[in-house]
Design a protein around this ligand. Sequence first.
Ligand code: GLP
Length: 264
Amino acid sequence: MQIILCESAEHVGVRAADIIEARVRQGPAVLGLATGGSPKSTYQELIRRHREEQLSFGQVTAFTLDEYAGLPPGHEQSYYSSIRREFTDHVDLPLGQLITPQGDAPDLVTEAERYDAAIVAAGGVDVQILGIGANGHIGFNEPTSSLASRTRVKTLAGATRADNARYFPEGDVPRLCLTQGLGTIREAKLAILVAMGENKAAAVQAMVEGPVSAHCPASVLQLHRRAVIILDPGAASQLSMQEYYREAQEFNDQLDRSPTRPWL
Ligand code: GLP
């Protein structure tokens, strides 16, 4: 794991965008996109680079992480609508290259299997962007999710539904979802997790410094060959080894100049 400590949410977005840009400029790329508040500063920075620095997403295929069950893609709160609103509608990624699980598919089990197979058929995800839930979930893999799980139907935890209730003014937060599994996410060639705010600090500490455990699903990233964790001061506040992470980052930044290995 590489831990990058940043001074602000905006700085988190810049560091994440640096890594994504380096990969996208290399040629055709498969990105994994998370929704939610955490990646917003990353998407805003990528949109800025698209507008001002000719960063093109024309050769990118994007797979989203998860989707609420029962919501058609056009529903305002679907993650399909959300990722379009927050990111893809503002860059030149062709709409046909934005791929999401169909939350309103008649057979969700088959849809989950189809989605998992589509990721494999695309050659796998090159760079997966992740947020983390306050209970340690990534995607919608709630605590006790199998560390080997594939894309499947999950029941949302009460805490997650409460966290996301702010997006559903009618109070009708779905109970089920489709989510890439922890085993699926682990296959991404590079995983970037961004987190900000003190309400994520305990989950971040468990993910980075706790045991690998289904109790904190994000801790599966300890088994990932290339996971980069980018944090603002609030999200990093419970980490016990901050001094080491800073030293390592200063050294890594000196090595970061190679455009082919931006995530050293
Ligand atoms: C949501 C999403 C996750 C997201 C997480 C944190 O429920 N399924 O992909 O990373 O919870 O959300 P936020 O970034 O808004 O705090």
